[in-house]
Design a protein around this ligand. Structure first.
Ligand SMILES: Cc1cc2nc3c(=O)[nH]c(=O)nc-3n(C[C@H](O)[C@H](O)[C@H](O)COP(=O)(O)OP(=O)(O)OC[C@H]3O[C@@H](n4cnc5c(N)ncnc54)[C@H](O)[C@@H]3O)c2cc1C
Length: 330
């Protein structure tokens, strides 16, 4: 591991000023991703500014009925928060499907959003990887690509985003609250993450020194009827091959409102807007659920090792929508 300095941030503005002024500086949340990458040589910061002790460790009700989740809120605390469990159950389930209890107890909301891909080549500094070393090539395209993207990939990168939490937040129109040198701004999560394009080294639209201070969830009645299903190689401690966050409101057999996002299939959590369009106003039947899944997955371009993800995503969407529709009928 490279030598580095460590400092504990005392306030957000000076943390932003410090990191912005030093290209080699990075914010540190709980370090469960960044420190691993430092040990592997994937990340080589010369200064860590620890922001986990800043006073962003609360979940607050907003005057507009939404929820503000501080960037330092630990994953476990968010998952078991009574309002999150009651009003956004898919978010609670997504968090509990991630990592292990020990990691969830420590990992922060800000760090979870910015965790980096688990692509084996990204994490192996002996192999070419455009995300880690721009211009070096993508080892996954013709290599081991079972875990990789089927939607929105480019010839430069086929990595997937690993966060479960971010998939549920994407389905619920979350906005990220960011403090930069020019002040605070909010960014819709659907605009926050990038597709790889020609710059796969950039996961998000954030600039160097931008600090996540919170995530805002809007008041969203349909979110109370939501769930998250994660398909993976073993029942715990594994990243998603495919995951689905879904919310469904059915009245008199017709879909009034639907929210859908996929994980494990793209460089960013994948908001399934085409599927949502098919669902809204349609009968809540298997036929509709199939058409919705097919509409979204028509753009899928699987690689040699991951064609199975297309039917897996399709079947998971149909099954999850059935589960939610049946709950509505009870
Ligand atoms: C064995 C293992 C299994 C796992 N399984 C899963 C899984 O199944 N599902 C899943 O979703 N995750 C999984 N994870 C990942 C885990 O969720 C992340 O490591 C964790 O959420 C990162 O949070 P952190 O606070 O430790 O971030 P850190 O490691 O501290 O930081 C991660 C990145 O975010 C930046 N950062 C941190 N806070 C801020 C901030 N406030 N503003 C701006 N930048 C910031 C850092 O600079 C760094 O680049 C797993 C991890 C491990 C080690």
């Amino acid at each position: 591991m490279n030598p580095f300095e460590y400092m504990r941030a005392t306030d957000a503005a000076s943390a932003v000023a410090t990191v912005s002024a030093r290209p080699g500086a990075r914010f540190l949340g709980a370090g469960t991703n960044l420190v691993d990458h430092m040990k592997l040589g994937v990340a080589r910061p010369d200064l860590l500014v620890d922001v986990s002790g800043l006073p962003f460790d609360h979940v607050e009700q907003r005057p507009d009925g939404g929820l503000r989740i501080g960037a330092a809120v630990r994953n476990t605390d968010l998952a078991i928060h009574p309002t999150v469990r009651a009003r956004y159950p898919a978010l609670s389930r997504a968090l509990l499907a991630g990592a292990s209890a020990q990691l969830r107890n420590f990992a922060t909301t800000g760090g979870n959003l910015l965790q980096r891909t688990r692509c084996v080549y990204f994490q192996d500094v002996t192999t070419p990887c455009n995300k880690r070393e721009p211009g070096s090539g993508c080892s996954a395209i013709d290599g081991y690509n079972r875990d990789h993207a089927i939607l929105g990939a480019s010839e430069h990168c086929v990595a997937t985003h690993p966060s479960d939490m971010a998939v549920a937040m994407t389905a619920f129109d979350a906005r990220v609250v960011v403090l930069g040198v020019d002040g605070e701004r909010t960014i819709a999560l659907t605009d926050f993450y990038r597709l790889p394009g020609e710059e796969p080294e950039r996961d998000t639209v954030l600039g160097h020194g931008d600090l996540i201070v919170a995530v805002d969830l809007p008041e969203l009645p349909v979110a109370a009827r939501s769930t998250y299903r994660k398909v993976r190689d073993r029942a715990s401690y594994a990243f998603a091959l495919v995951s689905v966050a879904a919310a469904l409101d059915v009245a008199d057999g017709t879909v009034r409102e639907a929210r859908l996002a996929f994980g494990g299939v793209a460089h960013r959590p994948w908001r399934a807007s085409r599927a949502e369009e098919v669902l809204r106003g349609a009968p809540a039947t298997t036929e509709t659920f199939r058409r919705a899944a097919d509409a979204e997955l028509a753009a899928a371009r699987p690689l040699a090792g991951n064609a199975f993800k297309v039917p897996m995503a399709r079947n998971t969407v149909i099954s999850v929508l059935h589960e939610l529709a049946e709950q509505e009928g009870r």
